[in-house]
Write a protein that binds this ligand. Structure first.
Ligand code: DX5
Ligand code: ZN
Length: 264
């Protein structure tokens, strides 16, 4: 008899646990419950570099349908990096397709000369390489003066300390986790040390810049990146390389958000 009532009690406990858990899951999935701020701050920026340029608008819309909230536009000049990509006209055309912020990553020499053209074309964020700017402070001021969000980028060989004097003025710091120039390269794990160092500097100095990572982001590397402190994840080949862009974005964001939830 005692065993029977114990079993009944256990059944009752399982019933209560199950029916309290299910609504939580439903609410979580529907986005109606509070999630930690850090989870909400995670954003995926598909890099159009790996998209099919003949179907660019379609590719972009598919990635946005998967939950991407901004678009990463890689601009290369064949001098600063050994590749050539696109310029302001493509940004202008894409502007007709979507209203999401355009995160324009300039991998070019003399970026000051091209900031006005990208601003006019519809860029919202412009980031410049520390290595390409002799007068980095002036270049960042130039971007800000156009009413855009200014970002600074560092190559894998550039230490975070080189940014010390501009961290107050930037909206985001972009850590390259591959050497810039091409999509589909292998993630450099040592980049995460730099992400952690930046997060620490931000904390120590009570600053507000966001940390972005670019290069080799896949479902294998995304979790470690967010655990290190990355909030904006650029992904090119993992979004447009194979399969469906919408599904790929969903999967990447899911992996990233789960990693944040496990972190808190
Ligand atoms: C590389 C570019 C990246 C590139 C990333 O120089 O800055 O944005 O598109 O591509 P994946 O995600 O394939 O490494
Ligand atoms: Zn990029």
């Amino acid at each position: 008899m005692a065993t029977r009532s114990k079993a009944k009690y256990q059944q009752f406990a399982i019933f209560i646990a199950y029916y309290s858990f299910c609504p939580c899951l439903i609410l979580l999935k529907s986005g109606l419950v509070y999630l930690p701020q850090s989870t909400l701050m995670i954003e995926l920026a598909p890099s159009i570099l790996s998209a099919d340029f003949a179907r660019l608008a379609e590719e972009v819309q598919a990635a946005l349908a998967g939950g991407a909230t901004l678009l990463h536009v890689d601009v290369m000049d064949g001098h600063f990096v050994p590749n050539i990509t696109i310029g302001p006209p493509v940004v202008q055309s894409l502007r007709k397709v979507t209203g999401v912020p355009f995160d324009v990553h300039l991998m070019i020499e003399n970026p000051d000369e091209y900031i006005p053209a990208f601003a006019d074309a519809g860029a919202d964020w412009i980031s410049v390489h520390q290595e390409a700017c002799i007068h980095l402070h002036r270049t960042l001021e130039h971007i800000i003066s156009r009413g855009l969000k200014a970002g600074v980028v560092i190559n894998p060989a550039t230490p975070v300390d080189t940014l010390s004097e501009v961290l107050e003025m930037v909206d985001h710091v972009l850590v390259m986790s591959v050497n810039p120039g091409f999509g589909g390269q292998k993630f450099i794990p040592a980049s995460l040390r730099k992400v952690r160092a930046l997060a620490e500097m931000r904390n120590d100095r009570n600053l507000g810049f966001r940390i972005e990572i670019d290069g080799g982001i896949t479902t294998e590397t995304i979790a470690d990146s967010v655990r290190a402190g990355v909030e904006i994840l650029v992904a090119g080949s993992a979004v447009f390389g194979k399969g469906e862009a919408r599904v790929n974005v969903e999967q990447l964001l899911k992996t990233a958000r789960e990693a944040v939830l496990l972190k808190v």
